[in-house]
Design a protein around this ligand. Structure first.
Ligand code: BG6
Length: 484
């Protein structure tokens, strides 16, 4: 449950993640009354700035397009509970100074209890020293201490193990909350309900009914200005190995013993362990080139000249267990594509020995964003005097069905979970380990560890991806339905 007397410390308070995600999420929670009583937010970063400047930055991504006075009033209240302190990331005195600041806030609490949530919105180079200093200097003796960290968790299996090992010297697994923000998304959280609260779904959920599954991430913009970071990681580490694999694990795991965090995570790990490392032949790489007046990846000044870093990847994963043997799971993601869309597409097998000819396959689509929807492609008789099977949709578009619902931002959901101590939607250490095992061999190949680096296929900015894509998916048995 939520603990009163909590201070949330945001490290990296002047950075992009904090500004764009952490603060707007904290504000969203505050505005709707979800933060604990007597909460206080402390921003911490190297940048020297006064409180006014900090408040300006921290609230710069909070949306209030209609200048709603109620929102403006809440923003003013929110500023009052947010203070800032600058300091280094690698020296004890800075952290002792932070502790003094925390104690002065906590001295006003009615009880002695002092709970602290440390959010590390930081580049990976300082994860370890900050985690260590916080433990040594800022750990509350009279309450709960928790730490939130976010990817990148290393670059391959070994570096991830090293990083986790170092963090574990100061923080227990129970105190650690590793964010994969896809786990906070409404439709991803819905997967458990769709799968385990519907007998109709359960009955068709295996290799006997399902032909293939695609989990697709498409962004209509390139790396614009973020090329320095991106080039070091590439699309597989940026999106597939974490966000899409997390979605896959919830989609395919067995029913957990209960709704408890450890039971859910046990099942996720189990299904991931049944996936062998991805093979080169099951991988298609691409890189966008300039088109329609838009710059190519290599035109980005922050990208090293001649880089062969993939900005698009499609990979096939196979799950060697009784339920899924032989069903290809395609994970694909790309920057600078033709649209913004993240979806799961489960394509069922053909109706065999049917009485109807040339009918489309059933497909269950779960659209994660934009505009959440679940729809099932279903053949229906064309209304009228003749009998023909027409592909139609049973459509659960959230905007229509839940028109009044406010769908929380992923970071709102996750920060609230961390405040409550619920690990269900955070990534456990062994999950990361097995996720890296699946991807490390192809990543080493792409990085040129074992020979020349593979050249990604070029695709025009704003297109559907490399021209080889349709063939790649077609070979796995995917059939385009009549309505595309
Ligand atoms: C981040 C990646 O983890 O996820 C970004 O680093 C990507 O490259 C982003 O754009 C996508 O998140 P969302 O919530 O906008 O789909």
């Amino acid at each position: 449950e939520l603990k009163d007397n909590t201070v949330i410390v945001v490290f990296g308070a002047s950075g992009d993640l904090a500004k764009k995600k952490t603060y707007p999420a904290l504000f969203g929670l505050y505005r709707n009354g979800y933060l604990p009583k007597d909460v206080h937010i402390v921003g911490y970063a190297r940048t020297k700035m006064d409180e006014a400047e900090y408040h300006k930055r921290a609230t710069s991504y909070i949306k209030n397009p209609d200048n709603d006075p109620e929102v403006s009033a809440k923003v003013e209240e929110f500023k009052k509970l947010s203070t800032y302190i600058s300091g280094g990331y690698e020296d004890s005195p800075s952290f002792q100074n932070l502790t003094k600041h925390l104690e002065s806030i906590e001295s006003k609490y009615p009880s002695k209890e002092a709970n602290r949530l440390f959010y590390l919105a930081l580049p990976p180079s300082v994860f370890v020293p900050v985690a260590k200093h916080v433990k040594e200097s800022c750990y509350s003796a009279n309450g709960i201490n928790r730490i939130i960290v976010e990817k990148p968790f290393g670059k391959d299996l070994q570096s991830c193990r090293d990083l986790l090992g170092s963090l574990k010297q100061s923080w227990t697994e129970d105190e650690t909350f590793r964010i994969d923000h896809y786990l906070g998304k409404e439709m991803v959280k819905n997967l458990l309900v769709l799968r385990f609260a519907n007998i109709a779904m359960g009955a068709a959920w295996d290799k006997n009914s399902i032909s293939n599954v695609q989990i697709t991430f498409k962004e209509p913009f390139g790396t614009e200005g973020r090329g320095g970071y991106f080039d070091e990681f590439g699309i597989i580490r940026d999106v597939l190995q974490n966000h899409l694999l997390q979605v896959l694990s919830i989609l395919t795991m067995e029913r957990p013993v209960s709704f408890a965090a450890e039971d859910i995570r046990d099942e996720k790990v189990k299904v991931l362990r049944a996936i062998p490392p991805i093979e080169r032949k099951d991988t298609l790489l691409g890189q966008y080139v300039s088109a329609n007046g838009k710059p190519g990846y290599l035109d980005d000044d922050t990208v090293p000249k001649g880089s062969v870093c993939p900005t698009f990847a499609a990979t096939v994963l196979w799950i060697n267990n009784e339920r899924w043997e032989g069903v290809p799971f395609v994970l694909k993601a790309g920057k600078a594509l033709n649209e913004a869309k993240v979806e799961i597409r489960v394509q069922f097998k053909d109706v065999t020995q049917g009485i109807f000819k040339d009918i489309s396959r059933n497909e269950l689509v779960m659209r994660i964003q934009p505009s959440e929807a679940v729809y099932l492609k279903l053949n229906t008789k064309t209304p009228g005097l003749y009998t023909r099977a027409l592909p139609t949709e049973m459509d659960l578009t959230y905007k229509r069905r839940f028109s009044d619902a406010k769908i929380p931002e992923a970071y709102e959901a996750l920060i609230l979970d961390a405040l409550k101590g619920d690990h269900s939607n955070f990534v456990r250490d062994d999950e990361l380990d097995v996720a890296w095992k699946i991807f490390t061999p192809i990543l080493h190949w792409i990085d040129g560890v074992e020979g020349p680096r593979p050249r990604p296929s070029p695709y025009p900015y704003g297109s559907r991806g490399p021209k080889e894509l349709d063939d790649f998916i077609g070979k796995l048995g995917y059939k385009r339905s009549t309505d595309g």
